[in-house]
Design a protein around this ligand. Sequence first.
Ligand SMILES: Nc1nc2c(ncn2[C@@H]2O[C@H](COP(=O)(O)OP(=O)(O)OP(=O)(O)O)[C@@H](O)[C@H]2O)c(=O)[nH]1
Ligand SMILES: [Mg+2]
Length: 270
Amino acid sequence: MLVSVVVPALNERENIPQTIDAIPVEKLRSEGHDTEIVIVDNGSTDGTGNLARKLGAKVIVQPVRGYGNAYMAGFANCSGEIIATGDADRTYPFEILPEVVSTLENENIDFLTTNRLAGLRPGAMSRSHLWGNKGLSMVARHLFGVPFRDSQSGMWVFRRKVWSSLRLRSGGMAFSQEIKVEAFRYGFNCVEMPITYSPRGGESKNRTITDGLCNLTQLLIERMRPSVSAERRGYADAAAFLDTPEAFQAADPPSICSVCSNQTVPGFTY
Ligand SMILES: Nc1nc2c(ncn2[C@@H]2O[C@H](COP(=O)(O)OP(=O)(O)OP(=O)(O)O)[C@@H](O)[C@H]2O)c(=O)[nH]1
Ligand SMILES: [Mg+2]
């Protein structure tokens, strides 16, 4: 089975070599999986994309900034039946992928997310970030009944049908909680597993207060509207939905977050 490892990157030149190196391509191959490494260059100005290409990755350029925009472009342009994610900043333990992929396959899991709070290494997360994460995770649990302790974790491993069935709208950091909540609301078999989380290399792009407010707003708005993803459940063509760049363009108009002004866009170029 082909595993696509999709990694969003905004000015991560100094981290890209180690990020690509950490993806256990050989181990996955020995377990019968081919790996496609997809770096989504999100308008970097430091040559991140070119360096990733030189190092053998497939590079998708998403010129419109935003974590969610980067992922949407990456997912629409990757081919794996299984999709794995993580940041380009050396924080996530990509070495666990072979084990996680077999757990997904053997236990019939559709969407596996990870809990960093269970394995924080010293200095990996500031106090404000930690409490922000805990607070947002608690709100998500209360509003949607999701079982996740870490709604902001950026490492997920899931079957392609999860992505192609959901209708996700967040162009910014809220994409992380939205994909988890919508996968759960859709009825996919979701689990969370503990991981270690290490201090980031290079500069953080995160704006704790703006992103925190933006995420809270997104949760409240999402709660007020019926799950578009869940409504789609049962449609015969759901599996094909949004799975191609063309389908993206034909989809609903983009939404603009009133807090961070991040737009949800179909954008992707190679
Ligand atoms: N914040 C942010 N990150 C982006 C964007 N586009 C791509 N990214 C990448 O998305 C990943 C997550 O961003 P980070 O800055 O690491 O955010 P974080 O993980 O919440 O915060 P840290 O704990 O500081 O790592 C990184 O690999 C970024 O390079 C963007 O527009 N904003
Ligand atoms: Mg990070």
